[in-house]
Structure formats: C-alpha cells, structure tokens
Design a protein around this ligand. Sequence first.
Ligand code: DGJ
Length: 716
Amino acid sequence: MAIKISNNSFYIETKNTSYQIKADKYGILKHVWYGEKTGCDMDYINEYPDVGFSGNIYDAGNDRTYSPDTLPQEYPAFGNGDYRICAVSAVHNDGSCSLDLRFKKYEIKQGKYSIPGLPAVYSGENAQTLEITLEDKKSGLEVILKYGVLPELDVITRSAVIRNNSESPVTIKNAASFCIDMPKDNYESIFFTGRHAMERTPQRQAILQGIQESSSVRGTSSHQQNPSFIICSPDCNEDNGRCFGAALMYSGSFSTRIELDHVGQLRAVCGINPELFSWQLNSGEEFYTPEAILAFSANGLAALSHIFHTVIRNNVCRGNYKLAQRPVLINNWEATYFDFNEEKLLKIAREAAKLGVDMFVLDDGWFGKRDSDFSGLGDWYANTNKLENGLSGLADKINALGMKFGLWFEPEMVSEDSDLYRSHPDWAIVIPGRKPIRGRYQLVLDMTRSDVRDYLFDTISSILKNANISYIKWDMNRSITECYSKAFPKEQQGEVMHRYILGVYDLYERLINEFPKILFESCSSGGGRFDPGMLYYAPQAWASDDSDAIERLKIQYGTSMVYPISSIGAHVSEIVNQQVFRNTPIETRANVAYFGAFGYELDLNELTELEKQKVKEQVEFIKQYRELIHKGKFYRLQSPFENNITAWMVVSDDKKEAIVGWYKVLNDVNESFKRIKLKGLNENLNYYIEQKGEYHYGDELMNLGMITSDYAVGDP
Ligand code: DGJ
C-alpha cells in the first residue's frame, strides 16, 4: 500500500520517497516530511518556537508556541495567523477574508484522479489517490486536497478542489495547486528563465530570507519563466545531492513563489498566478486547480530529470504518437517564409523525399490573405493564389512522393485585416472603449467563448477532413494583456485568463479526439508555451525560434532538466543562421537536433551534393536511433553555460547501447586531448565505440572517460 494512515497521520510512499502529513490536535493539516524514504514518523523535526509577532490560534489558549506563522502546513490559508505566502484566499459574502481550514475527513481511492477540463497525469501502475478534506466551519467552504501517488514512477501529484457549501457566493482570490514547506536548511532554487528565442535557461541562486518568484502574467506559461522549478541543497549537482522538483501542468499565467521565512524554514507555493485572478464561486459550485507533478531525488539532478522524463513521456503525453516513432519532418518556414507557391513547396518536398524525410510541413502563409504577418489570421481556407490546387491538391502530391503532409495553424489569433474580424470584431479580446494592444500586429480571440471555439473546431475539422493531413503545428504568437471578455459580467472578469486557457484545452481535446491519428506539435513562437499542460495535448513542442545549433545547446540542455527529449522539437536549419548569423557545419546542426524531435527547416535544393549526401545519412541515422534517443535515459555531462564543450548522452534501458553528443564551440590551438566521463553504463560491459573502432569497458568510460578530441573536430 502506498498510503498508510494512523491517528490522522498520513504516510505516502513511492519507490524512493516518503511524504508525511498530519492533522494535528487542533485539526490543522501539517506538512511533516517529503524526502528520502523513511520508516520513522518525522514529526519530531518540527519545532514549536515562541516567536514574537507570530499570533496563536484561539484554541491554543495561552500557549504562545503554537502559531500558524511558524507551522509547516499542507495548504495554508490567508487571514489566519500565517503571514507567509499562502495557498488559498477567499473573500466571503460579508467582505471578510479569513479562512480557518481544519481537517474534516479523508478518503483513499484506487487509481489516479483526473480533473474536469484540465490536463492531469493519468494511470500509473498501482496508482492511488488520497483526498483530504479541510473545512472552514464558519463559511462552509471546503478544500479537498488531492494527492495522486504513483509509486513506481516515484511521483506524487497534487491539486485542490474548492467547494462552496455555503448559501452565498464566495470570491476566490488565490487557489494554488500546492504548497510545500521544508525544514530549516540551506537551499538553492533553480528557475528556468529566458526570453523569446532563448528559453529555459537554468537560473540557480541561493535562497535568502524573503520571497523569490518565477511567474507569468502573459496568459501563457511564457518564454520568460517556466512553470517548473527545483529546490536543492547547495552541494547538489547532476549526480549527488538532495533536490525537489515540481512541474505545473498549466499553460496559462502561473506563479511559483518561494519564501525563506523568519525562522529559516522554506515554503514554496505554486499554481495559477493570483495576480489578475479571482473566481466567483457560487453556492454548491467547485473550482479545480491545475495539477502539479512533484518529485524528490537524493541522488542529484539527473535522477530528478529521469523521473520527470518518464512520467511526462508515459503518463502525461497521450495519443498514437506518445510512444510511436516521430516522423522526420521538413518545415518550409525558414526556407520560404510567406513567399511560396505550390511548385516552390513541391521542389523542397521532392528533394526531401529523395533524402528519406518522412513528412513535409507547410507553415504560416497558406490561408486567407496571408502574404505577410499583417493579415489573414482567422481565415482558415487555402489561398489559391499560392496553392492553385488547394490543400488537398498539395497534400496528394506530397503523399505521392511517399511523404506525409503537415499543416500550421494559429487558431487563437485574428488579424484585423481578415474576413473573420470583419464579421466578428466582438470575438477579439478588446476592452470596450479602449484601443487594443497589438502583438505581432494581431489580436487574440476570446477563447472563453464557446461560439469562438465552435467556429475554430468546425473550420479546422473541415480542413482536416478534406485533405490528407497527418500533423498540425499549433502556434500562438503573442502574449495576452487585456484580461477582458465581453462574454462575462464585471464580477467575473478576474476569471478570464484562466477561462482562456480552459478554452484552449477544450478545443485541443475536441480536435485530438476527433482526429486521433494526427500528431500535434505545440508552439508559441518557439518555446513560449512549453509546459506539461501542453504536452498532455501535443506530445512535442517547437523548442525555440532560435534554430542556431550552438544556441540550441543551451536551450535543449535547460529544457532537458524537466522535459523529455521526445518533446523537444529540434531542426537543422540553414546557414548563415537566420537568428544569430553563425555558420556551423551541417554535421553539428544535426548532431544537436538529433537530441530532440528531429527535422529540417531549410531549402534542401540549396545544399551541395556532398551536403545532401550527409542529410541522407543523417536521416538514416536518426531513423535507426530515434527510439533509443527518445526512450533512453538522458544524462547531461557538460554544461554549455560553463564550458566551451557541451556533452550529453542517452543510454538504453538495458544499458547495451548509448549515444554521446559532444560539441566544441570554439577551437583551441595545440590543445591536449580531452576526456569526457560517461554515465549510466554497465561497468562490466565491453562497449564498441563506433567512431573510434575501439572497445572499452563501461567502468573505463565512466571513471577514466572517453578521449574525444582526436575525432571531434568539425569541418574547417
Ligand atoms: C513562430 C514559430 O515559432 C515559427 O516556427 C513559425 O511557425 C512562425 N511563427 C510562423 O508565423
């Protein structure tokens, strides 16, 4: 049994961890422990200090040592003597905003819970759900904390349901997915930060007294911050040290806040960003928070990544392509931008087919009056000036070449210069009487509205039914700023950001159910919505609009901390690179992109015959090894943020096969040879090193390392 209960203490166990909770003598739900597996009741580590200015609950009488302000808690509420960041706050009908949540009951269910309308981890061998209900007696508000326990995966998921059992409406101002309190210690945080075209840079810093935040108010999880984070010991590295990680399954505005409190304890609270959020909960209604995936490793960051990779790949991603081999694709965007016609596309496709590529993807510009990014979004019908035989005509010709056909959409957007906007200006998110903020010259459709979603579903479905389309790239190219919908009264405008993303999820769900054979790739100008929530609908995401191989080392390295390699869309693009104007050999570009969902994004006709031959070999290589790369264990060996050399590797589950990626950015003159220590191998196996024609035992390769510099020099 993964969940045991004794005297209102809850003991959750996974393969290598214990999680302990206790409803104490006052019925307050204390967090006791999350860490290494233990047979002890860890409650002894909690202190009860008498701290000035930390109030005491009334029930404690004159006991000044019992204060919510120093107590580790599972789901601390606002306005009840805990001055630290809280997980939940609500305004009652009388205007007061205090919540006194006490333990009411619990229930254990077989299997993992799901969440209506929201992505959630599913199944898992021997999965169980623990539900603990807390109640604010005065108002009748209940909070049901849900713990999904996936013992074999070493994962615990958390989410909460808020139920209004009172007669009057309540306004929820904050409803986190989880709170985790940690005992006094030294901690560091790792947030994944960045910007458009340089996403998910691990930013590690000490945690000092006060609050650190990683968040988004953009309506997307964003390029700038990511809804995943790690808290670790200062000595934690890839192979050693304690670390806790969380990945929020949410693609909208989120917030992670970490507070080191006045007595040295740490609290992390994560969920929907309370800024811009409020939710009117009427009598009898429930509100569901997004889910977070929690993991702990006592053996460093690589082990933590492996837990996330496995659960995201197997229990978050869904559909036919979750485990199927991903097609090697060629996308026309960087090759043509908006300037193409059928013949130009077919010319690229013909060359791609000759070289073994599986699928041709037609990107932006195929619809409406879309000759630039000023117009056309929303008009999802083929532009016959460019595609004289329409989409089905093009798809048939691509299919005749032996390739599948994929198509780009940006469903959530509308251009002011479009038929859709002219007929439905009210469908765009605009505050009446104010000029809208434009982003990439476009407006955002109000995805909270079912009529908007129905229009999109019908239009996209009819295209998918009328042409043989095997893949969709679902793009989203701006942030949302006006958090306003004409479909809701003023009291509910605080719900719009969250309802927007619920609307996106709803449309995704309808489309993937209707077209289960189609592979979806999500995109938000590259990695602006790269999160576990999106991966529930689309198993891969275009990682970044920066396709330069050297920049991608950083982007893919950072992304791999949480996200599986199979989810990272990675393409070989042309040189000179269009983002950073760098030249890299075609081998280097492929060697980086191999560690992702591999493809090309260039005009193959412009390559030399030698380069084309290399592309052919690359396609053969990735087809042979994509299974290993996507499903093997990924190890980061050397960081691009610290070294001229980046290295990583994948090892098959049976440890018989491995592929090492070793990248040197700048050449050194007259350098001595380099060695790279491999990881995850079987020390007693004698491995054949293909590029060197040599045999070495796993223990040699891991302890002494592999000599690299003699064959790792790129084209001059
Ligand atoms: C942004 C994407 O990241 C690109 O790959 C491309 O699809 C463009 N949008 C098209 O507008």
